[in-house]
Design a protein around this ligand. Sequence first.
Ligand SMILES: [Zn+2]
Ligand SMILES: [Zn+2]
Length: 395
Amino acid sequence: MSWDDPVSEIEALLPTLTGIRRDIHKHPELGFEEVRTQRLIKGWLTKLGYEPRECARTGLIADLRPDLHERGRTVALRADIDCLPMTELTELDWRSIHDGRAHKCGHDGHTAILLGTAAVLARHRERIAGNVRLVFQPAEEGVEGGGAKVMVAEGALDGVDEIYGLHNWPGYPRGELRTVPGPIMAQVSSFEITVRGRGGHASQPQDCRDPIVAAAALVTGLQTVVSRGLGSAGGAVVSVCTFESGETHNVIPDFARMTGTIRSFSDATSERVLSRMREIAKGIGAAYGVAVDVALETGYPVLVNDARCVSAVLRVAGGLDGLSLSERDLPMAGGEDFAYFAAEVPGAYFFLGAGREGEDTPGCHHPDFDFDDELIPTGMQIFLGLVRDRLSAPA
Ligand SMILES: [Zn+2]
Ligand SMILES: [Zn+2]
């Protein structure tokens, strides 16, 4: 067994890891409810000689070399472990046994990759000149503000020098790794705007303050937040996604309500977007004689990759056969709570393409999605390569 070239070890583990991946897929658990998954991970790590500690209720952290934690460098590797609140529509043998719960983002695969990495690392523990912290994170899919924030608050990154995380992505071709220094995923906020007018008989609009007309003007006005408010720099998305008002055809209602999402890649852009939204809301309220209220909920912050950590990922991945590197279409406007880890210590997040050539591979969050098991060895090779790269000094 060679630490410098663990390919044969990875191959030997694959049947077991694929089995575990499918078992987790079959028994998906929502954010902060990952009790069975946590037990499975804990059992696997304990058998390998780790002493896993519970963190963020249903998460776990484990150190490869707690003896070197204070004395050497510590590199953290993270997997998210939760599923989505949706129903699986596939006919796979390992399809979810629970309605309304399914691993449709591939976190089952991310978990299997980190479990496999843990197994190889454990066999070469003495040869690794530093500590590796394995971070199994609950609740990535937005429950209660995400599990990463809770893990950071509970000290999951105490003493950690760098952190790495990955995500499968069927929207990118298989065999491609995509990452970029700086912002890679968006700051996510949601908004709810209520428009309060005065309702009445539909034949007497002069006695009313029609909230529908005002809200419609507001939807149109919001289209200018990015196009006229940010100029050529752009870099934000404002989408109105729901619009509700009224109950019947001959009554002007009192009230209209809309909700939507905002994505941006810097705090400054985010502030500019929010201030333009408030100004437009206020102006339209005054113009139409209605009361407009804008409520905002801030989600995950911008995920910012550290340039040196990205270089390490590219160095490692560049040395692997059959893997090409790209920055195409990055940053992307999705949100990811790895942002909290990467804000705490330098880190890098990267995507492994999973799109099959000539096929319309179902994307993450699609009911037909399934994690591509062929990414397990690739993910392991990169995680192991990063450990080798970052902790290469002799013990
Ligand atoms: Zn997801
Ligand atoms: Zn995901």
